[in-house]
Write a protein that binds this ligand. Structure first.
Ligand SMILES: C[S@@+](CC[C@H](N)C(=O)[O-])C[C@H]1O[C@@H](n2cnc3c(N)ncnc32)[C@H](O)[C@@H]1O
Length: 269
């Protein structure tokens, strides 16, 4: 990797780790209230055709919500890996299940951390869009997947209503604030292209759920999520801005949809 790209990747991962290290408690409180990550993991795993009893690698497992869903709904044995020490510590303090294995590590260097081979599935639930180099991660995942295994991810949420394709952009405009140039580190297009490059095939879908001002405010009040909307501000300022931003969406209450784009591929080798 060229030195400037390596510097960028190091900076991104440092910021992601720090943001998620601040997020464990808020994340858990959010999930108790909304069960969003549980619903999304379930939808992604079903669409990936994860079968009961599978061996699954959960990359960017956070504080283990996705691991628990895979264990409980799919009877899976799950290996979860995450960059954030605090998210993994939180997961370990809540999860006592011999079939969920958790570790701190970089999802772009999976083989350095995981010596098991033959996974039935590798999943990234709302994580891959902050990876600077998805190709590197997918190549590593391919080494760990069994033949005909499946890999899949869910992406950063889109919020829309009939005739309003980007309500977050709409909310910035209402407040006369500039929309951040990048809400994700790697775009949907580039991430899909990376998956196709590594696996030679790709399928996509969108999973939709109803949105509301309360749900969006709570979701983007998680410190790490608020950083995608107001990247340069300290958290207390970001939190205030998030409240104001989503309050503008009140006229859309009852009309909003949150769309989670998903992609998957088969390991044909
Ligand atoms: C939005 S959370 C999703 C957590 C979990 N998958 C769930 O559904 O609840 C995204 C997670 O990806 C992790 N992450 C981001 N970049 C990573 C990387 N390079 N390697 C491993 N984990 C990473 C973050 O630390 C964070 O915990």
């Amino acid at each position: 990797m060229a030195p400037d790209k390596r510097d960028f990747a190091t900076r991104v991962k440092g910021a992601v780790r720090e943001n998620f290290n601040q997020s464990a408690a808020t994340y858990r409180a959010f999930e108790r209230r909304h069960r969003l990550f549980n619903t999304l993991t379930d939808a992604l795993a079903r669409w990936m055709d994860i079968t009961p009893g599978s061996l699954v690698l959960d990359v960017g497992c956070g504080n283990g919500v996705s691991c628990e869903t895979l264990r409980e709904r799919f009877d899976a044995t799950v290996h979860g890996i995450d960059l954030s020490e605090a998210m993994i510590a939180d997961a370990k303090s809540h999860i006592k299940d011999g079939r969920i294995h958790l570790l701190v590590g970089d999802g772009e260097c999976l083989t350095a951390f995981i010596d098991i081979r033959g996974f039935d599935a590798v999943m990234y639930n709302t994580a891959i869009f902050v990876f600077p180099d998805p190709v590197a991660s997918f190549r590593e995942a391919k080494c760990l997947l069994k033949r005909h295994g499946v890999i899949g991810f869910s992406f950063y949420p889109r919020v829309y209503a009939p005739e309003a394709p980007d309500l977050i952009g709409w909310a910035y405009a209402r407040l006369d604030l500039p929309v951040p140039k990048f809400r994700t580190i790697t775009s949907w297009e580039k991430t899909c292209q990376s998956l196709r490059e590594v696996f030679g095939n790709l399928a996509t879908t969108t999973f939709e759920m109803p949105g509301s001002v309360a749900l969006l405010t709570d979701f983007f009040s998680i410190p790490a999520q608020s950083a995608s909307l107001f990247p340069k501000l300290p958290y207390t300022d970001r939190a205030k801005r998030v409240q104001a931003l989503f309050a503008t969406l009140a006229p859309w209450e009852g009309l909003m949809t949150i769309g989670w784009d998903m992609a998957k591929a088969q390991n044909e080798e």
